[in-house]
Design a protein around this ligand. Sequence first.
Ligand code: ADP
Length: 582
Amino acid sequence: MEAHRLSSTKPVQALKPTKKISLEEDTGKASDALPLPLYLTNALFFTLFFSVVYFLLSRWREKIRTSTPLHVVTFSEIIAILSFFASFIYLLGFFGIDFVQSLVFQPSPDVWIAEEEDDEVLLAKEDARKVPCGQALDCSLPPLPPAAPIVTVQKVFDEKPVTVLTEEDEEIIKSVVAGTTPSYSLELKLGDCKRAAAIRREALQRLTGKSLSGLPLDGFDYESILGQCCEMPVGYVQIPVGIAGPLLVNGREYSVPMATTEGCLVASTNRGCKAIHLSGGATSVLLKDGMTRAPCVRFGNAKRAADLKLYLEDPDNFETLSVVFNRSSRFGRLQGIKCAIAGKNLYIRFTCSTGDAMGMNMVSKGVQNVLDFLQTDFPDMDVIGISGNYCSDKKPAAVNWIEGRGKSVVCEATIKGDVVRKVLKTSVQSLVELNMLKNLTGSAMAGALGGFNAHASNIVAAIYIATGQDPAQNVESSHCITMMEAVNDGKDLHVSVTMPSIEVGTVGGGTQLASQSACLNLLGVKGASKETPGANSRTLATIVASAVLAGELSLMSAISAGQLVRSHMKYNRSSKDVSKAT
Ligand code: ADP
């Protein structure tokens, strides 16, 4: 199956013949001169060579003795001369030419091309072995004929463990396909998450008739996602991680991991980081830190809903409510309650600090505590849902833009005029003008909600995926207003991004997975902060905002210099045919 994963999708016939193969086909070898076994051909030419040399030398001696001119040759001497050259060329071709070439020529890059192309042919062979969907796992493949080049491919596979299904697994696959064993119960039934994923995957392929050969199965710790990150896994998607930086912010340098498949994005952010660094760095300030959850409760009339609103917003009741809220977590601490009424329905927006966790679970537990507590004094309160969308999670909403959600951050830098010209290849004036007409006026014309920026969501999404954040929260986390102003008598550029709802954590969710945790470690914010709970997630939020600042600077410069299309053509439209990529 791993062979299938790597194999090209193009038909075998479509492959162009490789250089190595064409060399073998087109170039005759010296030993092919006669249709005889190699040793007989060699013996024949050796004998011929030495015989004619002996014959010609004796003829030469004879001519000197009889004073016959050398250029007067007989028919037998002509034959001997021709035989001499023929056998000499043969012997040189057989024994000498490689030796001479090795002295005269350096290895040509074609050697590598030939080797690379060889791999392509091998992969095409693998392609040819494709079996109908549903039989796509390794165990169902016929064995490869032993051929020297296959070893190269096998070597690559040998480095990874390859899942092989047993006869017992085959029985379970059949029962999943038949519907007698629910696919979701495999982990519990087998007690082996990797095996469960392999069996589910094979059953899925059989049921759908679609191959999953491009989706890797091996090389992932399925235990680590159980009950935490993903249910019913059948493999994992690979996303490349690029590094932008060093990003100098608050006097510290960071290498920022970005998981993306958008060409140009990392390169562009990297250029922004360079401009910031050369200008002395950015300053990023955390303004607020509080996760929200807003249940919807309903009463028989609007008066009762208003009673609860007044009760919840009365400062005298805050302490009681916070004791109730805080009891489910060491880190979740109630900060405030804000209510909105719609007739007899009340939306209660709780805000709490959440330590280093992004905090959705934490705040939800606290909210549940308070709802249970309120039932005593407000028995007529009907809880419609723990989330009434006034939170507001994973949807664009003015409440987040105005009030903030998660971490609210402002980040600024003053970019030197020289850097704007030399690194960003534009001018302070055109950047300021573009920002005003695009990010401010253009977005206003479009009726934007938190979208007063060039591409904050690009950077936010890439960092979120790399560091195990919830990528769906990119919606409100990317709310951002980018401001640009000429300063120092118009010589330099002051640039800032204000982002009121960056929702990040360094514990919980996907942050604990190996790859994501490595990226957090690179930033020095892995896990819970030992010194100050919450310090790691707050630092991460300031890094996100600074990286957005870098991204805004670079993209805005590209647009103002008219480079956008050109650079995307270079980084986004590779001429390489990726369907041939192995
Ligand atoms: P979320 O609330 O973001 O959904 P989880 O509930 O998955 O996150 O993870 C938070 C868990 O991590 C809680 O059980 C909490 O007690 C624990 N935890 C450990 N250290 C910290 C910390 N420094 N800050 C926040 N939570 C922490």
